[in-house]
Ligand binder design. Structure first.
Ligand code: NAP
Ligand code: ZN
Length: 354
């Protein structure tokens, strides 16, 4: 029997989220039924609810930072059992056979990976995300949450953590690397902690100095305001590696010039407008501009274990289902400190209006 579960759903582009119920598919042989306990709010949820990237599917149940407990497993599930503490990130399926899937880079599946929400499964049905009480996911796409991480703290790592861990790993950031992180929101505040834990010398480039104390507490050595023009003069040519986590469009030329010779700026922020870079900005200093999308399942497990070992912990504000609209407004105006996490028990609970 399919499972019916309460959820928060956007009926159309930009509309407020309504309380509703959705169906989860029958538990297949390789499936895991998860009681969701917490789900983080990623800026990507807002981009998609507002259809800022185009092609959004409505009604939409957002949420790809899911932490919960296994309720039941299908007959062919071997690694998980009821009661296990688990997470689900941005992917719920992929072909499993292509070169990318075999390499554990399911996000680049040539057949196209299935996103946790705002996508369609290989059965053609729309996928619904973590702003709900239960979800059914193939075992391959479920990761274990280490015992030392609280579920509500682990939730944001399933997107903000993996999206920032992978570029640092891929571009071999380490003790000798000078790193700048642009934007200290949900992704940025985790990025600062991860890069510092990898031994890098981290600088935060934020719009103002209002979060400086927090940035230094997260492990940054330096903190600069990008609203101050002197910042760009002082830091020109300084960094081996820059991670841009900003959700809006920036003047990339200004930031690229902060790279040292052979430096790389990796963009993970996802504004809808194109990024524009002058040829001479790239040519001078042999600089690279690159991008990175979330991460595969092996890296997601590795990232969770890394965060548990190094004490990387998102700073969260736990909210009820009725507070999601206000949370979206605060994220959009850079007033998030630093990740909103929905207490899934409040979804469908009468007292919250959620
Ligand atoms: P967020 O919590 O809103 O953080 C973004 C930060 O960017 C803000 O806190 C702010 O930091 C800065 N910012 C916002 N507007 C700005 C502006 N107009 N000018 C300069 N700085 C600005 O968002 P998030 O959840 O971390 O997500 C960040 C972006 O990454 C989104 O576009 C999201 O869709 C994307 N994303 C991409 C991937 C991927 O796989 N590549 C995965 C997840 C998310 P300060 O206040 O410190 O300046
Ligand atoms: Zn996300």
């Amino acid at each position: 029997m399919p499972t019916t579960t309460p959820a928060l759903s956007a009926p159309s582009a930009g509309a407020a989220l309504d309380a509703t119920t959705i169906e989860r598919r029958d538990l297949g042989e390789q499936d895991v039924l998860i009681d969701i306990q917490f789900c983080g709010i990623c800026h990507s949820d807002i981009h998609q609810v507002k259809d800022e990237w185009g092609g959004s599917i409505f009604p939409m149940v957002p949420g790809h930072e899911i932490a919960g407990v296994v309720a039941a497993v299908g007959s062919a599930v071997t690694k998980l059992s009821a009661g296990d503490r688990v997470g689900v990130g941005c992917l719920v399926d992929s072909c499993g056979e292509c070169e990318q899937c075999r390499a554990g880079e399911e996000q680049f599946c040539v057949k196209s990976a299935v996103p946790t929400y705002n996508g369609r499964g290989y059965d053609g049905e729309p996928t619904f995300g973590g702003y709900s009480r239960q979800i059914v996911v193939r075992e391959r796409f479920v990761v274990r949450i280490p015992d030392s991480l609280e579920l509500q703290d682990a939730a944001p790592l399933l997107c903000a953590g993996i999206t920032t861990y992978v570029p640092f790993k891929h571009w071999k950031v380490g003790a000798e690397t000078t790193v700048a992180v642009i934007g200290m929101g949900g992704l940025g505040h985790v990025a600062v902690q991860i890069a510092a834990a990898m031994g890098a010398e981290v600088t935060v480039l934020s719009q103002t100095l209002s979060k400086q104390e927090d940035g230094l507490r997260f492990g940054a050595k330096h903190y600069y305001a990008t609203s101050d023009r002197a910042t760009f003069k002082e830091l020109a040519g300084s960094f081996d590696f820059i991670l841009n986590t900003v959700s809006a469009n920036l003047d990339m030329n200004k930031y690229m010039r902060l790279l040292a010779v052979d430096g790389t700026l990796v963009n993970v922020g996802a504004p809808s407008d194109p990024l524009s870079v002058g040829a001479f900005t790239l040519i001078g200093g042999r600089r690279s501009l690159a991008g990175s999308a979330i991460g595969g399942l092996p890296d997601t497990q590795e990232m969770l274990d890394f965060c548990a070992e190094h004490g990387v912990k998102p700073e969260i504000e736990l909210i009820g289902a009725g507070e999601v609209g206000e949370a979206y407004e605060r994220v959009e105006s850079s007033r998030v400190r630093y990740r909103f996490v929905i207490d899934a028990a409040t979804i469908g609970a009468a007292s919250t209006g959620g």
